[in-house]
Design a binder for this molecule. Sequence first.
Ligand SMILES: *Cc1c(COP(=O)(O)O)cnc(C)c1O
Length: 390
Amino acid sequence: MISEVMPSYGRVDISFDRGDGAYLFTSDGKRYLDFASGVAVTALGHNHPHLVEALTKQAAKLWHCSNLFRIPEQERLAHRLVSHSFADTAFFCNSGAEAVEAGLKLVRKFQHDTGNTERYRMVTFDGSFHGRTLSTISAGANAAHQAGFGPMVEAFDHVPFGNLNEVRNAITPQTAGILVEAVQGEGGIRPGDVAFLKGLREACDEFGLLLFFDEVQTGMGRTGHLFGYEWAGVTPDVIALAKGLGGGFPVGACLATERAAIGITPGTHGSTFGGNPLAMAVANAVLDVLLEDDFLAKVRTTGNKLMRQLEGVAEQWPQVIESVRGVGLMIGLKCAVPAGGLVTACREAGLLTVPAGDNVCRLLPPLIIGDSHVAEAVEMVGNACKSLAS
Ligand SMILES: *Cc1c(COP(=O)(O)O)cnc(C)c1O
């Protein structure tokens, strides 16, 4: 008989009933160090007092209001996001896939409204992930996500991640833009080569395309910069945000320059729940913390320490971990054993991680961690390696 929760996930038989900072607790009291963060969502850990206060205060005032009216918390968040980014304007939605979808529509509308009606296709990359709607599985390059759901939305030209020649070859008179993750997340924590990412900007400028960064995973401090494009030193025209933006509250956003968003006028796009007061209050609270002096600098130093120490573990257990890679607190352990085995062994040692493509075990800790969490996690990964090697 089918499970009453539709069986679209393979689930681990553990459930949590409480979180505190970097830790999660099961109902029977077992504690885990959470370096999964709900896949890069709980960026400030669990139960952050500032977020709890923002949510409960707003909950006592107003939950929902249609976008047919002004929403002050939304205007405030838009102002803060654009004043700390390349962008001039923000559209709010509820998830990563919707944020990517909004960006894809915006790119098409830009081309259409600037007289390039034949330009509708996007260049996207092998190994990429952009969400689970029909158009985002079509944009992504995961065969398992596409299987049985065809025909795909026929508007994406996939090229190898990192190969600028192939990108330039794939550009045709029908190309509208390029969609890329600066650091591929689900694909296995594969940081884009900075020269390659700069080359994408140049190709976009040369051919009149828009550069669209999917920052659903890399955004909101994950790379040690507020946005992944800052790490890369490349300015996009459009970005998609979600995951860490709400610190655990569902919210997404599409940010764009005024020029790129030229086609977005009243009635062209929308979302019933997008930008609701609850989500906006929490996202503003997340931003309060990320924008504190030295917060992101600490993410960078903590990330470096974690990476160096994990390299030490990899040297000690080369039969388990082949290499360590990543940016900021977005770290991948490329495994010499099946990555799922390392994820399980880490969990048995008390550490939650996430499997990713390319046989990688992903570490996405909350951005609030300090040296003691690093030491604890490194010891647990070492114990997991030991259990797998013996
Ligand atoms: C998680 C993710 C998405 C999809 O986000 P959802 O909220 O699950 O729709 C899109 N792009 C990237 C890069 C992601 O990591």
